[in-house]
Design a binder for this molecule. Sequence first.
Ligand code: UFG
Length: 316
Amino acid sequence: MSKKVLVSGGAGYIGSHVTVELIAAGYEVVVADNLSNCDLTCFEGVKKITGRDDIPFYQIDCCDYASVDKVFTEHKIDAVIHFAAFKAVGESVAEPIMYYRNNLVSFLNILEVAKNHGGCNVLFSSSATVYGEAEVLPVTEQTPRLPATSPYGNTKQMCEDILRDVVAATAASEGVVKGIALRYFNPIGAHPSALIGELPRGVPNNLVPFITQTAIGKRECLSIFGNDYPTADGTGVRDYIHVVDLAIGHLHALKKVCSGTGLNIYNLGTGNGYSVLEVLRAFEKACGHPIKFEIAPRRPGDIATCFSDPSKAKAE
Ligand code: UFG
């Protein structure tokens, strides 16, 4: 079992929930984050939840090789969970160089430093976005990847391929890198303590933080991007997985990566698709009051429906 885990992007939404579960399961965790899309609120919440005031924190940019190398020099890292990346689809279309540089260079640095320090296990945060608008649903890990519709999606595909090649190339070397790519569907929700959650800087891109901010009056009105999709109610259908369930998936993947050879890929979803209107109605019921919404044009790059077949992760 891996003992010391570096969580890059560990102060962010998914990273903070994973850090909590890792510590609860007895791992030592080192957090690295450049705080580009969050502040220290979640990291402080992690410390409160775990009762641990001594979690090593490095405010570094993983695009800086020397900074990543310093972490590996100061800690014997057994595994890396790599979350540190930009993730706004629309922004990636406008700023492709920024996206390719950030998401690729940071991952290359992690892999190269890991290899040079004797190797380690790597979990890469991939995305259901690699499937695009699949012809057959639900999507399994065998479903062909489609050409990405955004630079963001491209970086996820490219990083999967980079990891696959590095795993193959290092198998017989001294610095063995073993890897798993986890394809997340749509993570939502928060830790039951409510001390950590999804706190993006600026206007949220994603559905659920936009709903929650509208519910508390921070946003005027939710725009539903299109009601003319070929779905039951015309709005987009996604597979929303609770972030704590997703975090626990990482614990299982960490155990799996130690025994695996080659690059292993798992869908992390629930297997159920829900429409935007269904999610909105469920939230209204839970919070007890209506949430203002309007129907807006489709968002460029969006697809109608995507949900997972999660049976591989469940079985293994
Ligand atoms: N949606 C709205 N209004 C909003 C936001 C979203 O109607 O204000 C709709 C979208 O059109 C879509 C659904 O809600 O039908 C979900 O949208 P999200 O933006 O929450 O998530 P996506 O399914 O678009 O996922 C994208 C990428 C993922 C990435 C994820 C997180 O495809 O790879 O955003 O950034 F991981």
